[in-house]
Structure formats: structure tokens, C-alpha cells
Design a protein. Structure first.
Ligand SMILES: [Zn+2]
Length: 252
């Protein structure tokens, strides 16, 4: 009998494309929670600390999903000094915990971080880090030994998960960009899949900081089309989507 492939599902929760508005939390999150319920999916929401109160209105700490930190303000950690990174890592954990969540995981915004991030994350009392890899396809991960979850320097690392080409991040962004081929590229060895709330918003123009051709590309298949792509993946036979906590507790 073919064994089921367990995949960690991570959802990054931040304001919409840096605009500061929260439509993702207000309009997408309720639909996403309903979809997860229908598909018996459990996810880890990596939530920006300053959005803890808005998020708490929709996601109960006693529910099926896990909540991790995505920084305090979604600042780029590789542009901050030690104290600045401390504020983001420690401050977000405090904010989310005072909203009632038990926070074990950290995920750096844009997966950009200084090389000493893990020390701060570990010392702040997190159990795992999900900041490895790149938001862009990266040939360096092709032969990388950091493709699986592992324990390193007293901290669990999620490792880098890719599509079948072994260089493209396993994320909704690339399933949209490569659509309709994207879903076929989902790898039987992927162990982590990520998406953002704002990808599921209608009429997205793409990430505003990108040059306009790239921005149009990045807005491709967003909103309802993105929901359909995500739902197809979540319902795929043989895949079981779980929170990072659940995956790591069983695997390591
Ligand atoms: Zn983010």
C-alpha cells in the first residue's frame, strides 16, 4: 500500500503587500479556515506580532491550527542589528503569547535573515525555525543537504522544500506562476508548502515593490484562481497537510 505523504502547511499572515491594510485577515482568512476544515487540513499560521489581536478575533488558540511568529513588524531581519532582530523575535513571541497562543516556530519575513538568527531564535525559547531557503528559485538548494528537517545547534530546522525541479520553492506563489503546470510539479518529496493570505485576495496587482512587469507576473492567478489551485492541492489523494508542530513531533 502506498504510504501517505505528510506535508507541513505554512500560511504567512502579514498586512496586504505592505499596504498596511488587513483585507487578507478580514476577508480571506475566514474562507481559508472553512476550506481547511472541509479538507481536514491543519496548518501553521506564521503571524506578524503586531497583527496578533486582529488574528485572534478569527483563530481560537484552542483550535486545530498552530500559530508561529513571522516577526513583530515584518521588517527585513538582515537589515537590522542584533538588538533590532531581538525586538522582532522576542517581541512577536510575547505579543502572540499574550493573545493566548503557544508559540514554538519562527519564520523570517521574505526568508531573509542574518547568519546568527538561529542563536536568537533558540535563546528566545522557540523550538524550531522555518526561515531557511529563498523566496526565489535557487540553484544552490539542488544539492543542498538542508532539504529535510533536522536538529542543529539546539534548534529544529525545517529545511528547504522545493517543486520537482529541486530549485523552485514549494509555495502557492509558484503553483500560480507555473499554472497549469505548477500542480504537476508538486514533488512527492516535498515536506513543507507555504502560502500567503494576500495571494488569495481578489484583483491583486502583485507585490507593489516589484518593477511593473514582474508585478503583473506576481499578480497572476491570484484571488479565486489561487483558491482553486490551493484547493486542488489540499484535496489531492495521498497528501495529508499538517501543522509543523504535528509533523515535527512525529518525525523527530
Ligand atoms: Zn511575510
Amino acid at each position: 500500500m502506498k504510504t501517505e505523504q505528510r506535508v507541513m502547511l505554512g500560511v504567512d499572515v502579514e498586512s496586504d503587500w505592505g499596504s498596511g491594510s488587513r483585507s487578507g485577515i478580514e476577508t480571506v482568512l475566514p474562507r481559508l479556515l472553512a476550506l481547511f476544515h472541509e479538507c481536514a487540513v491543519r496548518a501553521t499560521f506564521f503571524v506578524v506580532g503586531e497583527l496578533a489581536a486582529a488574528f485572534r478575533e478569527q483563530v481560537d488558540p484552542g483550535g486545530p491550527h498552530e500559530v508561529g511568529s513571522h516577526g513583530l513588524t515584518h521588517a527585513l531581519l538582515d537589515r537590522l542589528d542584533w538588538d533590532g532582530v531581538m525586538r522582532e523575535v522576542v517581541g512577536s513571541k510575547e505579543r502572540l503569547e499574550s493573545a493566548g497562543y503557544e508559540v514554538r516556530g519562527f519564520r523570517a519575513p521574505f526568508l531573509r535573515s542574518p547568519p546568527w538568527l538561529a542563536t536568537i531564535v533558540r535563546d528566545a525559547g522557540y523550538g524550531y525555525d522555518a526561515s531557511e531557503g529563498s523566496v526565489y528559485p535557487d540553484p544552490r538548494v539542488f544539492f543542498s543537504r538542508s532539504r529535510r528537517p533536522r536538529r542543529q545547534d539546539g534548534l529544529l530546522r525545517l529545511g528547504v522544500s522545493t517543486l520537482r525541479d529541486r530549485i523552485t520553492p514549494a509555495s502557492l506563489t509558484y503553483l500560480r506562476l507555473y499554472h497549469p503546470l505548477g500542480l504537476r510539479l508538486f514533488s512527492p518529496s516535498a515536506h513543507f508548502f507555504s502560502c500567503h493570505l494576500h495571494e488569495l485576495l481578489e484583483a491583486r496587482g502583485g507585490w507593489q515593490r516589484l518593477p511593473s512587469p514582474l508585478r503583473r507576473l506576481h499578480g497572476r492567478k491570484s484571488g479565486q484562481a489561487a483558491f482553486r489551485i490551493l484547493e486542488t492541492l489540499l484535496r489531492r489523494p495521498g497528501l495529508r497537510f499538517v501543522s509543523c508542530r504535528e509533523f515535527l513531533d512525529e518525525a523527530l
